[in-house]
Design a protein around this ligand. Sequence first.
Ligand code: SAM
Length: 386
Amino acid sequence: MNVAYPSPVIREGDLVILHINSQSLQAIKVNPKIKNKNGIFVDYCHQTKYGSFKVGSLVGKAFGSVLQLKDGFINLLHPSSELWTLSLPHRTQILYTTDISMVLLNLELSPGSIVCEAGTGSGSLSHAFMRTVAPTGQLFTFDFHEKRVETARQEFLEHGFLEPLVTVCHRDVCAEGFGLKNKVDAVFLDLPKPWDAVPHAATAFKTRGGRLCSFSPCIEQVQRTCAVLESLGFWEIRTVECLLREYLVRRMALPLIEPRAEEEGGPPRKGAKRKATHGAKLEEFRAVLPAVKATGHTGYLTFATFLPKEEDLKEEGAKGEDRKEEEDRKEGEDRKEEETKEVDKNFPEVMVTSVGATDVSVIVSAAVTTRSEADSSTSNVPDVID
Ligand SMILES: C[S@@+](CC[C@H](N)C(=O)[O-])C[C@H]1O[C@@H](n2cnc3c(N)ncnc32)[C@H](O)[C@@H]1O
């Protein structure tokens, strides 16, 4: 299965997200059999609040289809990085979609970007990174917790994210750095002490610079990180907190209010209150209400730009000059070759006179083929002219 590229039909071994309702998602692997406590393989039955079903029965069903159960229905969804974030097994605190969307945009990522992430944690953000930079980009993700590294590696593999798209490394990035030099476009840090990893990030950036983001729950962490960023010459240092406020647009029906006497043209009555008449007609309208449950503080996102170094720019400029010269030279050669071909096409006989006898048949044959391709009326021209 490949989480990045949806397939239409569920196959054995696939990951399926069960949409029970808007508050409840469950991720299951389509393994028709599981071992029971006696070590015997039995049918794998999955239980939901609407009833149970045999997992093997999902094979061949379409992703997105409805599964009718005894007391209701559920939807069978293809995993996306957003759905995975909402249903993954938590091994650590994770980043959620509101922060993730801000990170992806502000790190200026697109297919082909090279990103470095520490720590991997539960792989929530890693999935979004991989989907964004695929198919030609790369994610290098680091964690110093060996078990988490192993689990993440296995999970990425099962979800179709393979090397070189992702490389999961077991390493303490604060102590040992990333082991990457002039390689990455963006660095993301979700660490207790991000300031210790920032100098290593500076080494990892491509010579033309890049973007950094550090996620920290506490403002004291932000202060220390910003101090180090500034001391290392990072620019555009900006910290944001994403607080999502959702609005619910709902159809509602309310009883019509009894009109006031003055609205009907009568004299105003002292102390008269509007009240809904019992059994009054209901009027339907759309109400817009802020959601009762709002997301609270998750963390602060600090973004910064690593500028290219002056000497690197000069070096890049010199390389660019050399590259340009080489390109100009190649272009000149290509043009000459094209012009020669054009002559071949129009005047094959001219070529005959200019080559040695032994090579003639081959060259003329090629020239005739070219001409016959361009103009089918020449198909009666013999293949080989002696
Ligand atoms: C909060 S979790 C990251 C969660 C991740 N962003 C996600 O969305 O799933 C932080 C991770 O950083 C790792 N970590 C902490 N200090 C580290 C260090 N110095 N080097 C590498 N990993 C580190 C921890 O083991 C932990 O797994």
